[in-house]
Structures are given as structure tokens and as C-alpha cells.
Design a protein around this ligand. Structure first.
Ligand code: UDP
Length: 245
């Protein structure tokens, strides 16, 4: 039964981008992939997919490698960034496996061609996959060093004409300060792109926020730790912050 689109807080034709960090896949471990956590997130994606929503995903690589971390240890920055991009491909393959275990057709689409492993990014082909209700996981970031997967998610969301980016985090929205450290932290129901940039609210990096702002793409920040959270937000339930113009 397709979702009643008029009930969705942000959607009109039902195509969304889900951005999660690599760290979301590592569970309580300090590094790498935690298969039960990957399976749990795949289940969250399935409940939304079952509503008929077309789903794009971008997964970070921070659970394996971040470019800045490598360059801080003396590695040349661009090489370190390519390693970070490759880490996102591993995460994307893990999520593909978890989704396919739930019988959801999925394509991993890489900004860096590696034909034996996954598809190269071809925009029209990706759109066709979405129309056929395949989940598209965009891997290898933008394919360029000095960017992050937040920017990749914003770029692909624009290219795929997504209604919004859903940024799944550990907290249920954007706060004025870290809610894990400050009991009096205040959650925003809505916040503008400019406020996020001026107050350094840490939703996404500045290039991603600017790209979203320039294309009027809403960002919904919600908790991925809440079971049923992704589906609930799409149905207009639960708490979240909407970043808008
Ligand atoms: N990266 C990059 N270009 C991109 C996307 C990612 O160079 O377009 C590299 C960068 O080194 C980054 C790493 O890939 O640190 C992992 O991505 P990110 O830090 O965004 O992962 P997350 O924090 O979301 O897990």
C-alpha cells in the first residue's frame, strides 16, 4: 500500500536521500562494521521502501578511514581522501548485502569506476533504478578529494531530484549545543541554512549546507537509533529538525 504522500512532512513524489555516517554501522565497537547494526538499519530502510518511497543512500566511511585522520599522521591528503572514499564502498557493499537479505533489490553506484565490484555512476541509469524501486547506494563520495560524504549526499540528492535529505544521527535533531554533554541543550524544530552556518551547528559541513541552501533542498535530521524512526518521520510522527531556507 503506497504511502499517502500528502501526509508526508516533506515529500511530494516520494524520493528521498538517506545519509548516514560510517560510524552508524559500527554499533558499540570503536571501528569497522557491526553486522547486526547494519541489518537493523537495513530493516529501517525496508519499512520505508515498503511504503513505495524511492530511496537513495549515501553512507560515510568514518568507521574505517577518514582523509583528515590520515593527513594528520603525515600521509598526503589526496591519497588519504581516496582511501576514505574506498572505505565508503565497503560500507555500501555491506548495506547492499543486508538489504538483499531482506529481498530488496539494491544497486551500489560508485563515483570511482570499479566495474567488477559495482556500477559506475551514470545519472540517467541511476534514475531508472529508482523508478524500478531499487535502492541506490551512492558510494565513493563525489569521487573528489577535499569533499565529504555529506556533500556527496547533497549533490546526488539534487541530481536525483530527491525531495529531502534525511540525515540519520544519534540524536533526534539539531541542538544549540551537544545534548549528550549539556542537560539544557535546546532542540530546534526548524532552523535555516544560514543559521546552521552562522552558529556552526554541525549538521553537515559548510559546503554541503551551502549546496542544499542554493538548491532549496530540505534536510531532516532525525535519530536512527529510534526503532521505526525513519518510517515514523516520513509518516509525520516523531521528533526531528527541518533545515530549510
Ligand atoms: N571523501 C572524499 N571525497 C568525497 C567524500 C569522501 O575525499 O567526496 C573521503 C574523505 O577523506 C572522508 C572520507 O572519504 O573523510 C569518509 O567520508 P566522511 O568523512 O564523509 O564519512 P562519515 O563521517 O560520514 O562517516
Amino acid at each position: 500500500m503506497p504511502v499517502n504522500l500528502s501526509e508526508l512532512p516533506v515529500t511530494t513524489h516520494g524520493r528521498v536521500m538517506l545519509k548516514i555516517s560510517g560510524e552508524a554501522l559500527m554499533g558499540d565497537q570503536g571501528y569497522g562494521l557491526h553486522p547486526p547494526t547494519v541489518a537493523r538499519i537495513a530493516q529501517e530502510v525496508k519499512t520505508v521502501h515498503d511504503l513505495g518511497v524511492e530511496i537513495c543512500m549515501v553512507i560515510g566511511g568514518g568507521n574505517i578511514f577518514r582523509g583528515l585522520q590520515g593527513s594528520a599522521q603525515g600521509m598526503e591528503r589526496t591519497t588519504a581522501d581516496y582511501m576514505g572514499m574506498l572505505a565508503t564502498v565497503m560500507n555500501a557493499l555491506a548495506m547492499q548485502a543486508a538489504l538483499e537479505a531482506l529481498k530488496i533489490h539494491t544497486r551500489v553506484i560508485s563515483a570511482i569506476p570499479m566495474d567488477q565490484v559495482c556500477e559506475p555512476y551514470i545519472r540517467r541509469r541511476a534514475v531508472r533504478h529508482l523508478e524500478k524501486k531499487r535502492v541506490c547506494i551512492f558510494a565513493a563520495g563525489t569521487g573528489n578529494p577535499y569533499f565529504t560524504t555529506d556533500t556527496a549526499a547533497t549533490l546526488r540528492a539534487n541530481e536525483m531530484a530527491c525531495e529531502a535529505i534525511f540525515k540519520g544521527t544519534k540524536v533526534d535533531g539539531v541542538y544549540d549545543k551537544d545534548p549528550n554533554k549539556f542537560a539544557d541543550a535546546k532542540r530546534y524544530d526548524t532552523v535555516t541554512y544560514d543559521e546552521v552556518l552562522q552558529k556552526h551547528l554541525g549538521v553537515m559541513d559548510a559546503s554541503a549546507i551551502a549546496l542544499a541552501r542554493d538548491n532549496n533542498l530540505p534536510i531532516i535530521v532525525f535519530s536512527l537509533d529510534e526503532p521505526g524512526g525513519f518510517c515514523g518521520i516520513l509518516a509525520g510522527r516523531g521528533t526531528y529538525t527541518k533545515v530549510h531556507g
